[in-house]
Each structure stands twice: as structure tokens, then as C-alpha cells.
Design a protein around this ligand. Structure first.
Ligand code: ADP
Length: 282
């Protein structure tokens, strides 16, 4: 607490009084410490590839100057490190752009199917090398989302990329979507106005104790593995911010040794749900 005492001036004969102000600094300190941690994390994430680049430049100038075979290998590593820094900066910019818009809610009608099909086709070009198939299962009765189409594409892309990255070779990643049957407590819309979009993988799964922290910036279950697979540690933080800007929710279910399902709940156009028809026969 921060306490301030101020004497209040009274009229000549009036009893003098004082004003005591208590200010709870817990939240301010928490935000300040998060900011300091964030800057430290970003610096660390950038310093590692920069140090690697610096090391290879020195080697190419010195001991490996004449070794043409080494040049190719070193340039490839330098290229990977540069791409990693580019991805990090792109993710940081996305995050700050979304945070700046967090207090506004997107309001366009967005058809989910073309976005999903585009991402599935683009991902499968790369994932097929590891025998990973992308299956799509979207309820044809799903109404359009009330959303920002670029942001929803980014959510899908981050989730599908993770499912492939952390999925097993020769497995299937499934993207499915339907009107939500059950809603998490954090969603205040009616169930028939909410789409549940899931991305499931057949990967190693995530130990339960890590799940609540996965959407924190730079939180990784296995940092070395994430870096090796080209991760920035920001993908799920971006997903969380986009979903919360849409007044939706994210739920994560996972079984170690079996795989994980990430479900996003997003508002869809109310009143368009085609309910099953029941006909009396006879
Ligand atoms: P990264 O760039 O490291 O993948 P993310 O923010 O996308 O960062 O994910 C954070 C962490 O959550 C990952 O490092 C990984 O440990 C874990 N994770 C995310 N998606 C999955 C998944 N489908 N299966 C297993 N672990 C996952």
C-alpha cells in the first residue's frame, strides 16, 4: 500500500481535519514486473540468434575462409537464425497490434469454411513430408462468425501449425467446427450463437500442470524443442488475445501420450442456426 495524508484546511474556528489516501499498488507492481519480464525475454530471444550469427561471421572471416563446403553449411544456419528473428519480430508486432485493439469487438460476418480449407491445403503441402494428414469436419449448418477474418486465420494457423509441429509422424490433425453444445463459464453468449472450433492432434500431449500457463508469452513446455522446431513461444499468447478481443474463450484438453485438442469459442450470427426438424408420421 501507498499511504498519503493531507491536512484539509478548515475555516477559522472549524476543527481541522485530515484526508488519508490508501492506494493498493499490487496491480501496478504486477503490471510493471510483467513489463520488465517481457523486455528481458524479448532481449534474450533476440540475443541468442544474434550471437550465433556473430559467431559464424567471425568463423567465415577467419578459420573457415577457404573452406567452401563449410560456407554452405554456415550460410544455411545463418539463414535459419535470420528467419527465426523475423518470425519473432512479426509475432511481436501482431501481439502489440491486437493488444492495441483489444477494447473493440470485430463485427464482420465471416464464413469459416474457406479460411479453414485454405489453411488446411497450405499446411498439408509441408506436413505431408512427415505423413501428417489434415482432416476438415465443418458442420454445414454453422452460421457465419461475427469476427475479423485475418485474425481468425491467424488463430487457425497458429493452432494448426502447433498441431503439426507437436504431432507424431504419420498422424492426422483434425479441424472441426460446429455450434457449441456446452460453453465454458467465461462465455456469456447463448449457446446457439457460439461456434466451437477445434484443432486436435495425435501428438505427445501436454502434462496437466503446464496447461494453465501455455498462453503466457514465451511459456514453453520444452524450450529447446520449441526453438528447434522454429517456435517463438508467442503463438498461443496471440491466440488468447484474438479470442478475448472477440469476447470468446479458449479451452485446452490434452492427454499425455495421446494428443491435444485446442477449442476456440467464437460468436456467430444469431438466429441462423437450422434446428433439426421433427415430423409427425402417420
Ligand atoms: P511455440 O512457438 O513454442 O510453439 P506457442 O505459444 O504456440 O509457442 O505454444 C507454447 C507451448 O505450448 C509450446 O512451446 C509447446 O510446449 C506447447 N504446445 C502448444 N501446442 C501444442 C500441441 N498441439 N501439443 C503439444 N504441446 C503444445
Amino acid at each position: 500500500f501507498n499511504v498519503r495524508i493531507e491536512a484539509l484546511p478548515g475555516e477559522q474556528d472549524e476543527q481541522r481535519s485530515a484526508l488519508v489516501i490508501f492506494r493498493d499498488l499490487t496491480e501496478i507492481r504486477r503490471i510493471e514486473s510483467m513489463r520488465v519480464d517481457f523486455v528481458a525475454n524479448v532481449s534474450h530471444e533476440l540475443r541468442t540468434p544474434l550471437a550465433t550469427l556473430h559467431g559464424f561471421i567471425e568463423t567465415l572471416r577467419g578459420p573457415a575462409r577457404e573452406d567452401i563446403e563449410a560456407h554452405e553449411r554456415f550460410l544455411e544456419i545463418m539463414e535459419q537464425q535470420t528467419s527465426r528473428m523475423t518470425r519473432l519480430v512479426t509475432d511481436l508486432l501482431s501481439l502489440s497490434r491486437i493488444e492495441a485493439a483489444e477494447h473493440t469487438a470485430p463485427d464482420h460476418e465471416v464464413e469459416l469454411r474457406p479460411l479453414v480449407e485454405h489453411i488446411a491445403a497450405a499446411t498439408e503441402l509441408g506436413s505431408a513430408r512427415r505423413g501428417i494428414r489434415i482432416a476438415v469436419d465443418i458442420d454445414p449448418n454453422l452460421p457465419p462468425l461475427v469476427a475479423n477474418s485475418d485474425e481468425i486465420s491467424q488463430v487457425l494457423q497458429n493452432l494448426v501449425e502447433n498441431a503439426v509441429k507437436y504431432g507424431r509422424d504419420q498422424s492426422t490433425v483434425t479441424i472441426s467446427a460446429r455450434v457449441a453444445a456446452d460453453l465454458p463459464a467465461s462465455v456469456s453468449l447463448a449457446a446457439e450463437d457460439v461456434a466451437a472450433i477445434s484443432v486436435s492432434d495425435q501428438g505427445d500431449g501436454i502434462p496437466r500442470e503446464h496447461i494453465p500457463r501455455l498462453t503466457e508469452r514465451f511459456y514453453r513446455v520444452d524450450t529447446a524443442r520449441s526453438r528447434e522446431l522454429g517456435g517463438t513461444g508467442l503463438g498461443l499468447a496471440i491466440v488468447k488475445h484474438i479470442v478475448s478481443r472477440h469476447r470468446g474463450a479458449l479451452s485446452i484438453e490434452s492427454k499425455v501420450g495421446e494428443g491435444s485438442t485446442f477449442t476456440v469459442f467464437l460468436p456467430c450470427k444469431a438466429g441462423d442456426v437450422i434446428k433439426p426438424q421433427h415430423f409427425a408420421v402417420g
